[in-house]
Ligand binder design. Structure first.
Ligand code: HEM
Length: 404
């Protein structure tokens, strides 16, 4: 097991930390829960502190216009990340969130569910013929990518480049990045914008449907009616939705498969009692939270854990650590598919709580429900390969034998 460093510096995160951050997180929670970083920022690792900051959007800002400037310079990545709702405060945030909310209603969810169910069946039919499945490219990636592309009206044959664009744009948020990675991220924002401009033009030529418009149709209609978002806001919020909507859910499903392989007793429990699926899904989100690190900036002087911080202090929110905090979760290092209560914060908390959380839960319920029902004896057919990424908990490769 890797030994935690004496002093944790996020900007110097290494491959061992990417592979298994949990010993370091535990050390921080116990010995340095308000961990000061050399650049003046602070890494929070305890559940109580992380959740409290997420809850108080009046005192802790998500707006990144000042803090991302030295990180990205005036660049396409800067423009993108500072124009997405997740990195905006009210009222800009409220306006976009309100426009999107009808697409995540119970009724909208029902419509999406039928498509996801058919997609999972088709993927498993194909895999059954081969007797094995590439958990990432033949399963976990396809389900959310198809869903979120349907949600925004991206045609089937045009989806291929999205995976790469998402990976390098979100990769730009990692604490450690090479100049090449930044250049690739900037290029991807430009390519993605050009693609969406063409898609918007094609939609306008075809005419925006009055009945059941997709998200992009609705944003175009509001814009053309004079009350909606500006064109750049439409482009960047769509890029964010397409990226956030599939990358995290892909990680959720691959990490979930990996967990069932690492803990065969819990897999056997779930196979024997499928009613545990609901709590199992929540435990997967807690145990390997797909977004491990968030952030906020104090707008006024504040106190956390008995220490005073000046206005302007930047906080890294250790979501992955908070979700392993023994102070909140008894036996936190145990993966328990029946765990209840389980108030994890994998989807965040407060006004920025993940807009797509019910969508992600629905996708995982269908993916795991059907996978376990059809192939209860699935086994590992290769190692779990993780890239050096820290903010996002990603699996690059995982081969599975289905043993039908
Ligand atoms: C397991 C999968 C997912 C995880 C772990 C996840 C995680 C998160 C987290 C932690 C946030 C809040 C970030 C913050 O407070 O700074 C967030 C925001 C958001 N997520 Fe997700 N997400 C997932 C899936 C999705 C899906 C499927 C969609 C859309 C289809 C989506 C759309 C959004 C949007 C629009 C926001 C911004 C909300 C706001 O700022 O008001 N996410 N997500």
């Amino acid at each position: 097991m890797p030994q935690p460093a004496a002093k944790f510096v996020l900007a110097q995160a290494d491959a061992a930390f990417a592979k298994d951050p949990y010993p370091t997180y535990r050390h921080l929670r116990d010995s340095d829960p308000l961990c000061h970083q050399p650049d003046g920022s602070v890494f929070l690792s305890r559940y109580e502190h992380v959740r409290a900051v997420m809850t108080d959007a009046q005192r802790f800002s998500s707006d990144k216009r000042v803090d991302f400037l030295p990180k990205f310079g005036p660049s396409p990545l800067y423009e993108h990340h500072t124009t997405s709702l997740v990195f905006n405060d009210p009222p800009a945030h409220t306006r976009v969130r309100k426009l999107l909310s009808p697409f995540f209603s119970a009724q909208a969810m029902k419509r999406m569910e039928a498509g996801v169910s058919a997609n999972v069946d088709a993927l498993l039919d194909r895999a059954a013929e081969r007797g094995r499945i590439d958990a990432l490219s033949e399963f976990a990636l396809v389900i959310p990518l198809d869903l979120v592309c349907d949600l925004l009206g991206v045609p089937g044959q045009e989806r291929e480049p999205l995976r790469h664009w998402a990976s390098v744009i979100l990769g730009g948020l990692e604490p450690v990045r090479t100049p090449e990675q930044l250049a690739a991220g900037n290029q991807a924002v430009l390519d993605f914008k050009a693609y969406l401009r063409d898609l918007i033009a094609a939609k306008r030529r075809r005419g925006i449907p009055a009945d059941q418009p997709d998200v992009l149709d609705m944003l175009i209609r509001e814009h053309d009616g004079g009350s909606g978002l500006a064109e750049d806001e439409i482009l960047h919020n769509c890029i964010f939705m397409l990226n956030a909507g599939h990358d995290t859910t892909t990680s959720f499903i691959t990490n979930g498969i990996d967990l069932l392989l690492r803990f065969p007793d819990q897999k056997a429990r779930l196979v024997a009692d499928p009613a545990l699926l609901r709590t199992a899904i929540e435990e997967m989100l807690r145990f390997e939270s797909p977004l491990q690190i968030g952030n906020r900036k104090a707008l006024a002087e504040c106190e956390i854990g008995g220490e005073k911080f000046a206005a302007g202090t930047f906080f890294h929110l250790g979501i992955g650590s908070a979700d392993h905090d023994e102070r909140q979760f008894p036996d936190a290092e145990k993966f328990d598919v029946g765990r209840t209560p389980n108030r994890h914060i994998a989807f965040g908390h407060g006004i920025h709580t993940c807009a797509g959380n019910a969508v992600a839960r629905m996708e995982a319920t269908l993916a795991f429900g059907k996978l376990l029902a059809r192939f209860p004896n699935f086994e590992r057919a290769g190692p779990t390969v993780r890239p050096p990424r820290w903010r996002f908990r990603i699996i690059d490769e995982l081969q599975v034998a289905l043993n039908p």
